[in-house]
Design a protein around this ligand. Structure first.
Ligand SMILES: [Mn+2]
Length: 210
């Protein structure tokens, strides 16, 4: 692959965000995957003790789109198994996952339902990005919540069976042609989520926290 996908990031930018307004011209030097994982370890060493003492869970989103590299920069979590590497790097209740179903479904390896099983059984999911897609990298489309490749009620059944009691939030959806293109898509997803939760078999439901 070549072109803009491989163009290195300018200094002072991280993806589409500028963090250094006074940065000189030029591009960021390359960094290895091992170095990036080492930096993540350093970050977690600094943040986890504070999070643990404050009762906060750090929740890592997978890299979206889940490619091994983007613009010459390696990415951390671009296959489902790499979530386990992140958890194993610094095991802690505060080192948890922002479990983005859409991004996980875009990944080329693994079975999505086994992935939900694996991480919910470990109580590693802090919260869920509830969205759907069709296809996998590099060819995929973001879809409405009920028209993608993921069987969303099946995901909910696994989460409930494993006692997940965290939050589901809608993630990006296609925009509709109306006066509130973004909010209409969100409302559609929210209504779907409410109905899907109501439709869960009673025996799968986790009792509410005391
Ligand atoms: Mn997401």
């Amino acid at each position: 692959m070549s072109g803009p996908v491989d163009a290195p990031l300018p200094l002072g930018m991280v993806w589409n965000m500028r963090y250094g307004a006074e940065a000189p011209s030029g591009t960021q030097p390359p960094v290895s995957s091992d170095e990036l994982w080492k930096r993540l370890g350093d970050f977690l060493d600094a943040c986890l003790p504070v999070a643990e003492s404050a009762g906060v869970r750090l929740a890592a989103h997978p890299d979206d789109p889940p490619m091994p590299t983007m613009r010459g920069t390696p990415r951390l979590v671009y296959q489902p198994a790499l979530y386990q590497r992140l958890l194993n790097l610094r095991p802690s209740p505060a080192n948890a996952l922002e479990f983005c179903l859409g991004t996980l479904a875009e990944m080329t390896e693994g079975d999505l339902y086994e992935t939900v099983e694996q991480y919910s059984r470990q109580n590693a999911i802090a919260y869920v990005h509830f969205r759907n897609v069709r296809g996998k990298v590099p060819q995929y489309h973001e879809a409405f919540v009920d028209e993608g490749d993921i069987d969303m009620p099946r995901v909910l059944r696994i989460l409930h069976r494993n006692g997940f009691s965290g939050v589901l939030i809608p993630d990006h959806t296609p925009q509709m042609t109306c006066e509130a293109p973004w909010h209409a898509g969100m409302a559609y997803a929210m209504g779907y989520m409410r109905a899907a939760l109501d439709a869960l078999p009673a025996q799968d439901r986790h009792p509410p926290d005391p």
